[in-house]
Design a protein around this ligand. Sequence first.
Ligand SMILES: [Zn+2]
Length: 530
Amino acid sequence: MNSGDVLIYDTTLRDGTQGEQINFSAEEKVRIAQRLDEMGFHYIEGGWPGSNPKDARFFELAKEVPFKYARLTAFGSTTKPQTEAAACPHIAALLQAETPSVAIFGKTWDLHIFDILNVSLEENLAMIRNSVEYLKAKGKEVIFDAEHFFDGFKDNPAYARRVLETALSAGADMIVLCDTNGGTMPHNLTTIVHEVISYIPPHLLGIHAHNDCGLAVANSLAAVHAGVRMVHGTINGYGERCGNADLVSIIGNLHLKMNRKCLPEASIRELTHLSNYVSDIANIPPLNSRPFVGRSAFTHKGGVHVDAVLKNPAAYEHINPELVGNHERVLVSDLSGKSNIAYKARELGIDLGTEMSINKKIVQQIKMMEDQGYHFDSAEGSLSVLMKKIKGEFKEPFVLESFQVFNAKTGDNPPTTQASIKISVGGEEELTAAEGNGPVNALDNALRKALTKFYPHIKDMHLSDYKVRILEGCEGTAAKVRVLIDSTDGEDIWSTIGVSTNIIEASWQALVDSIQYKLSKDEEHAKSKA
Ligand SMILES: [Zn+2]
């Protein structure tokens, strides 16, 4: 690490878990901590061992984990009023965590000292001094979080300064300026940080910003620009209320916009994975619009934009998405022009040739179908089949003669469903029946049973997800349903769509597309092997 590097201090496992819906088990925390360590994060704040048994358990588990880069940090408060640090149970819990670093927060805003803590200003300073000195004497690196620093500074700048100087003279290794309520504006923050730098060396300063005004990332970067060396934040900005500063955005901006090193080059390309990894463990769907790493961050929909991006990606992309492990996407929608289709076809491995009339036909067909409620943004399986059909290359694998679905229910017994189907393949007819736990399942079973005779590898595939959405009907018309099916054969996953006023018909369309996609994919695979 270079002395000019910005130090990244992750508090996903502590401040991040203050967020509504965020819950990690001790084991999950260990996994996240290991991932952050592999990526070269400098500090990982693992929890508040004095506040709950889960965090204490995390630190027990973490004792067995060899961290390569990161300094594991335990978080807590200064000693309680009228209590020597040596006798304070909070401080004892910090030491029991056996981490190389500890972070303690102290009150900086006189409003909190009088109204919340109920001690005098001098006593607050004595608590800070005593706590820092005691932890230093125990050989710890001490990070002092000046809670509500910016609000304190606005009310009583002389006292806020005394708090920082007390912690520093007691031996604190880092002084972190906290915008705990997240209400500070970047221009005010910059002015205040400049003032602090006149009495505290900037390489000993950190910033801890909350996002209540949507400014946590901006404030953190402004502080770094003003000279601060350490940045606190969480992955995906998880945290209490509106969250903490999002380290994913901060790291992306530091590296790619401000030319400031923080993590190794290879870790920058891992940012998208990291963000999704933590979302998965938190069991919170990833935010599509998350800067740098979201699924939509480099996605183009409008035809004019797509046309431009095909000529030069810089036209509508602020960076090359691959720098952060993301990629460009183009949506096919009713806004789409011929450029989207050309891009999408290439992505799906379909050669549309140079003949513009095919391209035009596809655009017209999609627009017509979208008007009826189809939506190809995620139904790439159906889109692929549709393109091949219009291109005239598609050989229908079977012809439906008829199907019937029977649902029966007697008394309180569970319903039973049977489907029978008659298809023909190359003039040969096949009639089968099957049961299922519902009409779509029974129909799927019957169809695949009938087809297996002709296409044995069809048994490799199965439905992995089935979603139904009611589309608002126009006045006087029946509401339509849109069915989206995900299928898999263990190698690929593909989505197909059907739309109808009848749910069985909509499901049938999606089922047929799914099977046609699979058969056409296998046929191409066999051809490319031959
Ligand atoms: Zn915080």
